[in-house]
Write a protein that binds this ligand. Structure first.
Ligand code: RRO
Length: 305
C-alpha cells in the first residue's frame, strides 16, 4: 500500500486531498455520498462574525469548462456556526479547517478568537480573496501590506495553523504570498476564483446579478498551475493547490509543480465523491510509478531547462 500521509503546517493528514471551502457546505450535505473520514481535510464554507444572506440570484452560471459564482459569502455567522454546524464536524475524525472572512482585520481576529479554544478545529484558512463582496474580500489579498497586517494580527490570536487563501487577481501572487509568509502564515491556499463575467446576448443583461463573479473549474486549471508553480518557487511555506482539479492526473500536475496538498472544489458539484476518486487515483498512480511514499512525487517537475 503506498503511503499517502503527510504533515503540513504541523497537521498530520491521512492523504493530501482536501475539499475546498464553499463547495462542500458543512460536510453533512455530502454524508450520503462517501465516508467523510476518508478525506484528507474538510474546509468549511466561510464563516463571518455576523450572519450574511449573500447576494441576490442569479448567483451561479455555467461557462465553457467552468462555473461563475457570485454567492456573496452567505453564512449563519460564527455563533450559529458553533451551535448548529460544528457539533457534526467535530464528531468526524478527519482534519477540520474553518475558513474565516471579515470586513476588517479586527473581524478576522474576533472570529478566530471565538473558535480558537475549540480543540477539534485543526486549522484556520483565512479567506483574503472573495471576489464577490464590496467590503473586505479582494482588498485583503490585493495589498501585501494589508495581507501581512491581518495575518500578523490573527497569528497573535491563535497557535493553530493558519492557511492564507490567495486571489489570482493580482499582478504578482508571490509578492502577496511572501507578505503573508512574513506575517506568520503556515501555508498558502492558492488560488481562489478569477474575476469573470458573462452576458445573455438576447437580453443584453449580465448573467449574474452582481455583473461579475468568480470563475472556477477546469477552465482555470492551467492558470492556477502557473500561479502555484510561481508560489512554490518563491515561498518557503507549503502551497495547497486549488484550481479546476477534477481527477488524480490533474492533482499530480500540481504536486509535480511543488504543491504539498490539493483542494477539490468545482468537481464536487459535478460528482459529489470526486475527492474520494482522486484519493484512490493517487494511490493507483503511486503503485504504477513504483513510489512507496506519495510525498516523493512533490516538486519532481522536470522542466528540461
Ligand atoms: O461566497 C462567494 O461568493 C465566494 C467566496 Br466567499 C470565495 O472566496 N470565492 C468565490 O468564488 N465565491
Amino acid at each position: 500500500m503506498p503511503d499517502l500521509t503527510l504533515e503540513i503546517a504541523g497537521l498530520k493528514l491521512d492523504n493530501p486531498v482536501m475539499v475546498a471551502s464553499g463547495t462542500f457546505g458543512y460536510a453533512r450535505e455530502f454524508e450520503s455520498y462517501m465516508d467523510l473520514n476518508r478525506l484528507g481535510a474538510i474546509i468549511t464554507k466561510t464563516v463571518t462574525l455576523e450572519p450574511r444572506p449573500g447576494n441576490p440570484p442569479p448567483r451561479i452560471a455555467e461557462t465553457p469548462a467552468g462555473m461563475l459564482n457570485s454567492i456573496g459569502l452567505p453564512n449563519v455567522g460564527v455563533e450559529r456556526f458553533c451551535s448548529e454546524k460544528l457539533p457534526y464536524l467535530t464528531a468526524l475524525s478527519t482534519r477540520i479547517v474553518v475558513n474565516v472572512a471579515g470586513k476588517t482585520g479586527e473581524d478576522f481576529v474576533r472570529v478566530v478568537e471565538r473558535l480558537d479554544s475549540i480543540e477539534r478545529i485543526d486549522a484556520f484558512e483565512l479567506n483574503y480573496s472573495c471576489p464577490n463582496v464590496k467590503q473586505g474580500g479582494l482588498s485583503f489579498s490585493a495589498d501585501p501590506v494589508l495581507a501581512q497586517q491581518v495575518t500578523r494580527a490573527v497569528r497573535q490570536a491563535t497557535r493553530k495553523p493558519i492557511f492564507a487563501k490567495l486571489t489570482p487577481n493580482v499582478t504578482s501572487i508571490s509578492d502577496i504570498g511572501l507578505a503573508v509568509q512574513d506575517g506568520g502564515a503556515d501555508a498558502v491556499s492558492a488560488i481562489n476564483t478569477f474575476v469573470g463575467m458573462s452576458i445573455d446576448v438576447r437580453t443584453r443583461r449580465p448573467v449574474l446579478s452582481t455583473v461579475t463573479g468568480g470563475l472556477s473549474g477546469p477552465a482555470i486549471r492551467p492558470l492556477a498551475l502557473a500561479k502555484v508553480y510561481e508560489l512554490c518557487k518563491r515561498l518557503d511555506i507549503p502551497v495547497i493547490a486549488i484550481g479546476g482539479i477534477m481527477s488524480a492526473e490533474d492533482a499530480l500536475e500540481f504536486f509535480f509543480a511543488g504543491a504539498k496538498a490539493v483542494q477539490v472544489g468545482t468537481a464536487n458539484f459535478v460528482d459529489p465523491d470526486a475527492a474520494i476518486k482522486i484519493i484512490d487515483g493517487l494511490d493507483h498512480h503511486c503503485r504504477v510509478l513504483g513510489v512507496d511514499r506519495f510525498t516523493e512525487l512533490i516538486g519532481t517537475l522536470d522542466t528540461g531547462l
